[in-house]
Design a protein around this ligand. Structure first.
Ligand code: MN
Length: 176
């Protein structure tokens, strides 16, 4: 599987700009939304609302910076195979799935999850995340069994809106 990074030499500069955009955003993070102990309780119990499958370290920082300011408990998987494992263990309410990842890409990981779900009738919402602004990406995600699609670079508002749409605005606060 070809890494998106090896084919996009400007990615690092774009990634760093995105980190700065997030860190310097005046309205973010809205840390008053949730007491710190709720976040640590979530970690201690192993409960996960949002599983983020993302192999790029800079993007992992971006997701962490954004999600730390919310009430949603989250965990990051560094590749698709690990994402499937965490899904099996922790039953997240929502998965944000990068498309291009080592070991198992986002399309393959989605197919593996959907195959397991076929036996139970359950269905975890999966939102595909891709850096490629190519026409047809959304269709590829949907064909692989994903429910929705979010394009990079990730903005805090776009991420909030997407997670809220699938989980409800209150997230972990009301789900606890
Ligand atoms: Mn990737």
């Amino acid at each position: 599987m070809t890494s998106e990074h090896s084919t996009r030499p400007v990615t690092r500069a774009e990634d760093l700009k995105q980190v700065y955009d997030v860190l310097l955003a005046p309205s973010f993070p809205p840390s008053e939304l949730v007491p710190l102990e709720w976040l640590t309780e979530g970690v201690a119990s192993g409960a996960v609302d949002v599983l983020v499958a993302e192999d790029n370290e800079v993007n992992q920082i971006v997701f962490t910076q954004i999600l730390q300011g919310t009430g949603w408990r989250f965990e990051i998987a560094e590749n698709g195979a690990r994402a499937v494992e965490i899904w099996q263990e922790k039953h997240p309410a929502l998965i944000l799935m990068d498309v291009s990842m080592p070991e198992m890409n986002g399309l393959e990981a989605t197919a593996a999850i959907r195959a397991e779900e076929a036996a139970t009738g359950a269905r975890t919402p999966i939102v595909g995340v891709t850096a490629h602004a190519l026409k047809g990406d959304r269709e590829r995600c949907i064909e692989a069994g994903m429910d929705d699609y979010l394009s990079k670079p990730i903005s805090p508002k776009a991420l909030h809106d997407k997670i809220s749409a699938w989980m409800g605005d209150a997230g972990a606060v009301q789900r606890a």
